[in-house]
Design a protein around this ligand. Structure first.
Ligand SMILES: [Zn+2]
Length: 603
């Protein structure tokens, strides 16, 4: 059984696979205590270093460091992508699903057939555009030139039930294939009709220029149908895996890439000579799209420019975090004077746009701006909420950024909200304050969060930091194993206790999953990337946390994290005291603060 759409879920696959029998197909395992051990297949292992926990559904090699769940094992041993590993496991377990990633010849052929049908379809619509007065008029009102229309292959789907269907039928194309390509659909009566009718057509190209799908926009102002219709997912098109305009933007020599929401914004930018624009086609940037950007634009600055509404703002933050986590340099652009780029460019020049673009914000700056919008400086309550929010954002910054942003945030908001530089840096309120989380979204298990790709990226950490990281991971596992315990703590600022950004991000997902009920134990955690998964698995093997001991471990770990945060604060104060450039009055203040903190700690 798969989900309602016939799609496989990680949860389902993992629940049906026994990790001990799976790994036994690759290496012999022996029972040892609660676990199984064997020779690790991923390095030249002479002593059994591979530990497998049947109940947790995970493996871990304590020599080379690899570890994770059954999917990870297949990814590594069969050298497959995550998705392919998921299907490989589903096949092994005999799970039925209707939507799959294809690997065999037949499906390769199907994909090729669909691509060439799409190409033919794009040509057909393109020809129709030439003779459609309505479409021509529409392009004119939208300010799209003939050159631009040609460059993006725009077309028109005729106002007919079956113009495209007939076109292919006369060429002898099978109905079945047209349905699979998503170009026609079957009515209740069994007739085949065109999916796109009387619409301006945008072919969607993949990065190398294949037509993989279509978007169709209605040209009637008060049409009762949806403004845009897009292709359904097909064997060549999966939503959230492509970027519109990438086939063109990849040739740009700019040092920037701008990501907008829709077709029209992207096209309008290109028409004005801003040839480094792509569209996400939706606001939820995915990790897949991030990887695509990384492949082509790793060294460039990525600028997210979604619409100026609250949905756009939430999506922007989420999207930027995804891009940042895969190692891209990200900024956010807030257009002023128009609701989107298309509208802006109607009344402004390319230079106006580029000028505004040069004032893009970093993620921290953007979050502060959103916080100020949420808490205008009209009441004291708002002011306090805003300052607390900025403090918690500030605490999450790497030390190297703190100096710059301390100045920035104080200059921008200090006067209005009544605070100085020291306020921002000041010790965080650890036990009070709300948990800083975004609106829960559904389906966290299906979302894969890549925090890091490297197998062992903790090598740069000191022993003390490794220990700290371990404690934080242990706390996260406790929550995963016993979501009930997490729920009793949810009004405390636990997020602020994590010293490592990675663990804060994992915490966001775990807390979301505990709330939604999607996380029920360690093995139901989504993947956070190899390095993070490894450390989590290592912690779980070491401590073997069960739901029943989660509660006690949680209080122990919270205390440890709390102490660590206090120590870090003391360290910071000590450093400032030792700094010869610190003014005398400030030093006195700091010494007092230090003593007070120390006293509190002893209690
Ligand atoms: Zn190994």
């Amino acid at each position: 059984m798969a989900d309602k759409q016939g799609r496989l879920t990680q949860e389902e696959v993992l629940s049906r696979v026994n990790i001990v029998s799976l790994i036994s197909e690759f290496v012999p395992l022996k029972k040892q205590g609660a676990n199984y051990v064997g020779l690790c297949p991923f390095h030249a292992d002479r002593n059994p270093s591979l530990f497998v926990s049947e109940s947790k559904g995970i493996f871990k090699c304590f020599a080379c460091g690899v570890g994770g769940n059954a999917i990870r094992f297949i990814e590594l041993s069969e050298k497959l992508s995550y998705v392919d590993a998921l299907y490989n496991l589903a096949d092994r377990a005999g799970i039925k699903y209707t939507r799959g990633i294809e690997r065999d010849e037949q499906t390769t052929r199907l994909r090729n057939d669909i691509r060439s049908l799409n190409k033919e379809t794009a040509k057909f619509y393109f020809e129709q555009l030439k003779t459609s007065r309505k479409a021509q008029e529409y392009l004119k009102t939208r300010g799209i030139t003939a050159d631009t229309a040609t460059k993006f292959g725009l077309g028109y789907s005729p106002d007919s039930w079956d113009a495209l269907y007939k076109h292919f039928k006369s060429g002898g194309v099978q109905d079945d294939l047209l349905i699979k390509a998503g170009l026609v659909s079957k009515t209740d009566k069994g007739n085949l009709i065109d999916r796109f009718r009387d619409r301006l057509m945008f072919p969607i190209f993949d990065d190398i220029g294949n037509v993989i799908a279509f978007g169709g926009r209605t040209m009637d102002k008060d049409a009762k149908t949806a403004k845009y219709i897009n292709s359904q997912e097909t064997p060549v098109y999966i939503k959230g895996q492509h970027l519109y305009g990438l086939n063109i933007a990849k040739k740009s020599v700019s040092d920037k890439v701008i990501i907008v929401e829709g077709y029209m914004d992207c096209i309008a930018l290109h028409q004005k000579g801003i040839d480094f624009a792509v569209a996400a086609l939706g606001t939820a940037l995915t990790e897949k799209q991030g990887r695509l950007l990384k492949r082509y634009f790793e060294k460039r600055e990525i600028i997210v420019a979604f619409d100026n509404d609250s949905a756009g703002a939430q999506a922007t933050v989420r999207g930027m975090e995804i891009l940042k986590n895969i190692g891209l340099s990200v900024k956010v652009f807030r257009l002023t004077g128009a609701k989107d780029a298309d509208e802006f460019l109607k009344t402004h020049t390319k230079d106006d746009f580029l000028e505004q673009l040069s004032h893009s914000y970093s993620l921290f700056e953007y979050k502060c701006i959103l916080a100020a919008e949420e808490n205008p400086a009209d009441t004291n309550e708002h002011k306090i909420d805003f300052i607390n929010k900025v403090k918690s954002l500030f605490a999450q910054l790497p030390d190297t950024d703190k100096l710059v942003y301390k100045k920035w945030v104080t200059e921008k908001f200090g006067k209005q909200y009544g605070f100085g530089e020291d306020t921002v840096v000041g010790s965080q309120s650890l036990n009070q304050g709300k948990v800083d989380r975004e609106e829960p979204s559904t389906g966290i298990i299906q979302r894969r969060i890549y925090i890091s790709d490297d197998e062992k990226d903790d090598s740069g950490l000191s022993e003390a930091d490794k220990k700290k990281d371990f404690n934080e991971k242990r706390l996260l596992i406790c929550f995963a194993e016993n979501p009930g315990v997490f729920k009793t703590l949810k009004n405390k600022d636990i997020r602020g206790l994590f010293a490592f950004e990675e663990n804060r991000l994992i915490f966001d997902i775990v807390s979301e999953g505990c709330e939604s009920g999607e996380i029920k134990g360690f093995s139901s955690l989504p993947s956070f990337g190899a390095a993070a998964d490894n450390r989590l698995a290592e912690a779980q093997f070491k401590y073997d946390i069960k739901p029943s001991d989660a509660k006690a471990s949680v209080s122990e770990m919270l205390q440890k994290l709390y102490n660590a945060a206090k120590d870090a604060e003391l360290d910071r104060i000590q450093k400032e005291i030792d700094d010869p450039s610190t003014p005398k009055e400030r030093k006195i203040e700091l010494v007092k603060k230090f003593a007070a903190l120390k006293k509190k700690q002893k209690k």
